[in-house]
Design a binder for this molecule. Structure first.
Ligand code: RP5
Ligand code: MG
Ligand code: MG
Length: 259
């Protein structure tokens, strides 16, 4: 079964901090494997506290989340399973298992943090399937231009908004890309092995492919914006490493275009 790796990396400190994860061996990832001495550092970045996009502390008296449910405008349902809770801290438990760090790290929500990833693709002039990639400002890795689903936002909106913010410099070009956005194909829905994941907060996403078979993007200026510092087309056959689980999503893209 699937075992996360990028959120167990002990080579580098947790992004934006000096905190190192505890090393979690492959065979001790699953919570069902007893590990009595497991005491990961507890860490939540200062930036997370008191934001519109973040939860209060777990023991805040005003915090009464509807776990495993649609909680007002916040989706606390996991695509993976009904998550359970740490018996002592009452924090939600990462459905894949231990990550070597507890708390929320850089993530706003306890439990699942929902994102959406738009894979915009085309066939290049020399006949290669390629997709729009951005370079993330936070850690410099190349990635699909995805982002978090805002409270109350529909995933179809997130896909278009994030692509506009990160790949079109915020210009929402409704008219010329109408055909593109109306022909999306879902490739994936589930857990992301994101380097920000912790024992109590993790990324989940919905990945959609928007394939430009009409050449609509020729009339559109693609430009990195917001949390993206550079942009380029990447061929699916290049072995280029990508952020989080994005290489897996590109494998799914390849498979869906080869049938
Ligand atoms: C990944 O982080 C998702 O697959 C998505 O691409 C991204 C969302 O986070 P931000 O880009 O908003 O940081 O886990
Ligand atoms: Mg974004
Ligand atoms: Mg993003």
């Amino acid at each position: 079964s699937f075992v996360h790796k990028k959120c167990r990396n002990v080579e580098v400190p947790y992004l934006g901090s000096q905190i190192h994860r505890v090393n979690v061996p492959d065979d001790l990832v699953k919570w069902s494997r007893e590990w009595v001495e497991y005491t990961p550092p507890v860490y939540t970045d200062q930036k997370v506290h008191g934001q519109a996009w973040s939860d209060p502390e777990i023991n805040d008296a005003r915090f009464k989340p509807a776990w495993n449910s649609i909680d007002g405008k916040i989706n606390r349902v996991s695509y993976v399973c009904q998550y359970s809770f740490d018996t002592k801290t009452l924090c939600p438990l990462n459905p894949v298992g231990r990550t070597g760090i507890a708390g929320r790290g850089l993530l706003g929500r306890w439990g699942p943090n929902h994102a959406a990833d738009p894979i915009v693709s085309r066939i290049s002039d020399d006949d290669h399937l390629e997709f729009v990639a951005i370079q993330r400002r936070d850690n410099g890795e190349w990635a699909i231009p995805g982002g978090m689903v805002d409270a109350g936002e529909h995933v179809s909106q997130t896909l278009q908004r994030e692509f506009a913010e990160e790949a079109m410099h915020g210009v929402v070009d409704k008219e010329s890309l109408k055909e593109l956005w109306s022909n999306g194909k879902e490739l994936y829905r589930g857990y992301v092995d994101d380097p920000r994941n912790t024992d109590n907060s993790w990324m989940e996403t919905v990945v959609f492919n928007f394939h430009d078979s009409e050449g609509l993007l020729k009339n559109v200026a693609l430009q990195a914006g917001d949390d993206a510092k550079a942009l380029r087309w990447i061929q699916v056959d290049s072995k280029e490493p990508l952020y989080a689980s994005h290489s897996h999503f590109i494998d799914l893209l390849k498979a869906s275009h080869s049938t």
